[in-house]
Design a protein around this ligand. Structure first.
Ligand SMILES: *Cc1c(COP(=O)(O)O)cnc(C)c1O
Length: 430
């Protein structure tokens, strides 16, 4: 099995934390997202333990809620000692409605609307990550109106290409996120931010991309952030107290993908940081990181029921399931790879090559290509692994397909965390 929390029962059923996926599908229907709370906690602890061991006091991991945002996740990550990265008023609302403390929220986004800036200020969001000049001015004006001093980080682009996919690469100079260092704009936005009485600049943020398996891009990122910190220090006398390194550690989706040693990488980051601070003569900094995928991706799987089966002679065989790009758009967006299992037939040889397609009216609606399964029959239960991140949070109602339900397993016990949408839900706002 790809992960330790998955196993096979004597009758060949896929178990997650000991819970039988065949029974889960019977009880809750398909398509169904299943999320292991225990695995989410284990993943959190890889960060919190390494942070405690290697990083300065006051450093903290933040969960990037865009990976999987629903109310039930917030008490879990809060009890694991995480803050949360939010990217919209909707995510703020969700986190606060679940009782998450506003001061532990870090508010991102390349275009926070005026309404969202007000919403964030009125709800006392701890930190805003300022993306650009226009936002800086809008935020400082609103904070001033309220007579508050808002903590901010400045999002800078360090000009790095971590060799990940174009669609998830955000660290390059030519990016719609953040203010670039290379062009001098980052230094200008620092000067402007320091001139605002209603803003307190805590430090800098940068996020270089996602699905990064190697620590080196993060070390390069630190070099650039420290070089910029030193430049800012010389120019203005300001040195950052916080560096937020963003998210980005990858997870294995298929057996040939590498595994990331989170603790080992954080140790390398810490050593590199300490040496760099000394080299530049900069004061100590607290570190924030914003993992999303590496917290929830491998904790989730999706259960589908197979329907249409066809073999196009001389080409390939298709298996169509009762979900698709509406619950998992990642193949359509990124050509992602997945591990697919026949969840009730794991004792049988998987020797039938096929492509798993969704049910939407789009030829791009696929989940995985050229996978091996026991020759499927209509009604088979199929499990797609590693769907905890960027699946439910990216789901849509295309073709008027109701969004799938989400079941959370705690100690192997299922609880319906998000109900399946109904037809009534589909027309509720019309
Ligand atoms: C997407 C994103 C993250 C999370 O990235 P993962 O690859 O899921 O860890 C963190 N911070 C920012 C600013 C992001 O855009």
């Amino acid at each position: 099995m790809l992960y330790e929390h998955l196993s096979v029962s004597p009758e060949g059923h896929l178990l997650m934390d000991g819970a039988d996926t065949v029974l889960l599908a019977q009880e809750f229907g398909t398509p169904l997202y299943v999320l292991s709370e225990d695995r989410v906690r284990e993943n959190c602890r890889k960060y919190t333990e390494a942070f405690r061991r290697y990083l300065p006091e006051g450093s903290r991991p933040l969960y990037a809620g865009k990976a999987l945002c629903f109310r039930g996740i917030y008490p879990v990550i809060e009890s694991e000692g995480f803050g949360a990265d939010v990217v919209s008023a909707g995510e703020i609302y969700t986190a606060l409605s679940a009782g998450f403390p506003a001061e532990k929220l870090v508010f991102h986004g390349s275009n926070k609307t005026d309404a969202e800036i007000s919403f964030g200020l009125d709800n006392r969001v701890g930190t805003f990550v300022v993306d650009n000049f226009a936002e800086l001015d809008a935020l400082s004006a609103e904070a001033e109106k309220r007579g508050v001093v808002q903590d901010i980080l400045l999002r800078v682009t360090v000009g790095l290409d971590p060799h990940t996919l174009e669609a998830i690469n955000t660290g390059k100079v030519d990016s719609q996120f953040g203010t670039p260092i290379e062009t001098g704009a980052a230094l200008r936005i620092l000067r402007r931010a320091l001139s605002k009485k209603s803003l307190n600049v805590l430090g800098y943020h940068s996020h270089i991309g996602s699905m990064i398996f190697d620590p080196q891009p993060f070390l390069d990122q630190i070099d650039r952030l420290l070089a910029f910190s030193a430049e800012g220090y010389r120019a203005t006398g300001y040195a950052p107290a916080v560096l937020n390194l963003g998210g980005g550690f990858g997870v294995p989706y298929i057996a040939s993908d590498p595994k990331v040693d989170i603790g080992g990488n954080i140790q390398k980051i810490s050593e590199h940081l300490a040496a760099g601070l000394e080299r530049y003569g900069l004061p100590p900094v607290r570190i924030l990181m914003e993992p999303g995928r590496s917290i929830v991706a491998d904790a989730g799987l999706t259960l589908y029921t197979a329907g249409g089966l066809k073999t196009i002679e001389g080409y390939r065989s298709y298996v169509t399931v009762d979900g698709g790009m509406t619950d998992n758009p990642r193949y359509a967006l990124y050509r992602s790879s997945y591990t697919v299992l026949s969840a009730a037939r794991l004792n049988e040889a998987a020797d039938f090559k096929c492509t798993l397609a969704g049910r939407c009216c789009e030829s791009g609606d696929r989940i995985a290509e050229n996978i091996l399964l026991p020759r499927p029959v209509r009604g088979d239960l199929l499990a797609v692994l590693t769907t905890g991140a960027y699946n439910y949070s990216m789901a849509s109602n295309y073709n008027r397909i109701p969004r799938a339900a989400l079941v959370m397993l705690s100690g192997g016990q299922p609880r319906l965390a998000v109900k399946r949408e109904t037809f009534r839900d589909l027309i509720a706002r019309e």
